[in-house]
Design a protein around this ligand. Sequence first.
Ligand code: FES
Length: 105
Amino acid sequence: DDGSAGEKGNVISALCKVLEENKIDMIQTCGPHKMMEAVATKAQEAEVFCEISLEEKMACGVKACVGCSIKTLDGMKKVCHDGPVFDSKIIVDVNPKENLGCNCN
Ligand code: FES
């Protein structure tokens, strides 16, 4: 972040600079949810297709539980079966269980 190696600033400031200076067709991101949310927002503002790769806690890994469920515009999806890569525009909530006050992790 301090610029001692590469760009000074965070991922979003670097992304803004790249988007300003280049013609970008697609962004692919992984990492912390808040960072991916910010990347997806910037991509949408710049009208650039964006895919996010979710790394959720997986209890079964074979679509048998709801441990990795996310809410999308196409309904609930399971990261282990339907992902882990999703079009950022369809993601509504990557932590639906948290927002329901559910203790099922
Ligand atoms: S980890 Fe159980 S459904 Fe995805």
